[in-house]
Design a protein around this ligand. Sequence first.
Ligand SMILES: NC(=O)c1ccc[n+]([C@@H]2O[C@H](COP(=O)([O-])OP(=O)(O)OC[C@H]3O[C@@H](n4cnc5c(N)ncnc54)[C@H](OP(=O)(O)O)[C@@H]3O)[C@@H](O)[C@H]2O)c1
Length: 242
Amino acid sequence: MTTVLITGANRGIGLALARQYAAERADVIGCCREPARAKELKEVAPTSGGHVQIMQLDVSDEASIASLKGALSNQPIDILINNAGIVGPETQSADCIDVEGWIKTLRVNALAPILIGQALRDNLRRGFGKKLVAISSDAGSISIDCYAGSPSGRNRYAYRASKAALNNGMRGLARDWADDGVLVAILNPGFVRTDMTGRRAAGSSASISPEESARGIIRRIAELAPNTSGAFQDYRGEPIPW
Ligand SMILES: NC(=O)c1ccc[n+]([C@@H]2O[C@H](COP(=O)([O-])OP(=O)(O)OC[C@H]3O[C@@H](n4cnc5c(N)ncnc54)[C@H](OP(=O)(O)O)[C@@H]3O)[C@@H](O)[C@H]2O)c1
């Protein structure tokens, strides 16, 4: 049976991934900050018939990452999905930067996936899949302007920097852990209707559902191979320029 660990599994894209993997009878380890409040994640196992274990993880907290590692011990993990992310502070424009907000955004979006990968490296080595996945964003591309025409998007300096740094780190792990057989996917999930994009706000222009995004992500992970490890792609498999 495939074991999949997902961070930020209590809502949005992470919850959709947990639901679909559970429906495929994978063993899902759904990580979230507040398990007691993860009502929808708790409902995944009974409604899918799959096996879902819920574990506490605040990705921004090194002690929490160490506790997760302690709880998992040597359990093999086939697919590790670093999905948890934040959009960052209100103030992150060409005119003004919220310094603490910037640092927090980098910590959650770029540093945590590397620290979690390092903490669980041995679990990945013990798995059959050996797949390390980062849910990135085309906002991390330096050569395309994915926010053209969106004044609020254009201001996301911290978010953009965090996803560019995430891509760089994951690309490094694809290179440096290749000898262990670890494959790395760097995936843009599309413009998805979640809390992050204001799914509840009138006029949210996010174009696809979390379910559609998760279907594409799962397909990309299934076809991940040495020749695509470290590539930057969207959920449909379209390459994204760095
Ligand atoms: N939605 C889009 O259009 C879009 C586009 C490109 C990339 N992405 C990326 O896709 C990923 C998922 O986004 P989403 O749209 O599903 O967002 P979302 O609905 O806002 O969900 C974010 C998830 O991340 C978790 N999280 C945030 N900080 C955390 C922390 N310190 N420790 C543990 N979990 C934490 C949240 O947990 P809590 O409930 O505890 O806050 C929540 O489960 C993110 O990496 C995002 O950057 C999304």
